[in-house]
Design a protein around this ligand. Sequence first.
Ligand SMILES: [Zn+2]
Length: 325
Amino acid sequence: MTPIWLSAETATLAAAHAADRMPHALLIHEAPGAGGDWLAAWAARLVLCTQRDRAPCGACLSCQRVLAGQHPDVMTLRLVEDSQQIRIEQVRELSEELSLTSHQGSYKVGVVSPADALNRFAANALLKTLEEPPPRTLLILVATQPSRLPPTILSRCQRIRVRAPTRAEALAWLRGARGPGDWDAVLEVIGEAPMLAAAADAQVTVQTGREMAQGLEQAVSGALDPVATAEKWARSELPLRLRCFENWLTERIRERAGGATLFPEVRAGTHLPASRPDLNIRKLFEVLDGVRELKSSLDAPLNRGLALESLLRRLAARGPAGITR
Ligand SMILES: [Zn+2]
């Protein structure tokens, strides 16, 4: 089932393919969890489907193999194990594979996701393939932060923007794809990211979300032990916890801003608690910066517990910054 918020993008690609104007390289710029990988797999099916007049049919052997992640002409680069970077060796392997003739005598497709995890050397190596793409090659980069990629790469890709769906669109898709469930509660925790929600353990997510909201409220009032809490959070579900932390902060900021949409990066919350006099917006932004920094450096050999502890202390600290409104 095509997610409804992606229907314009699939229509554009289908028209390009039908007119033999498929670009060599696509950059799918997605809102986190909004379906960039889904669209990449859809585009792979589009060019590899054997039923050209109704591609991607979803039923032919080619489509089935792409859906199962087993098509010999599709190669996907992902993060390997604990690494937060895609490395040059992986890119070299991809470039080599793309230069070979396809198994089916049609397209070769390379997918890099998340492309913003390409390190500098890997990005340079990929540039060579982008500059001289072998014929009938489709390279698809999926990124939530394309600004992390060199401009030389960006300028060689046709960009497709995948926006976050509305809550109603996300709920309808989740119910269709995963069946009934308390998806509203899951999205309340992780934001409008249905693909993340579909892959998450709903119960763990909702429970972690509640625990985080409670913990952060306690941190603000000074009723939380920052050392023990930070250690515990760093040990389990850290990426999910950081996402909860980020959402909690952006909602508090939105609330302090009077609910106005002054900050496009701040997601809309459905239930806004009463204003908090003890949280000022500048401090919230400072802590938010800290949370985002920690999120993007999860691979760095730093003490995550210590970094979290310092953020919790800043949230609790009362002083000139905490009193000024
Ligand atoms: Zn097909």
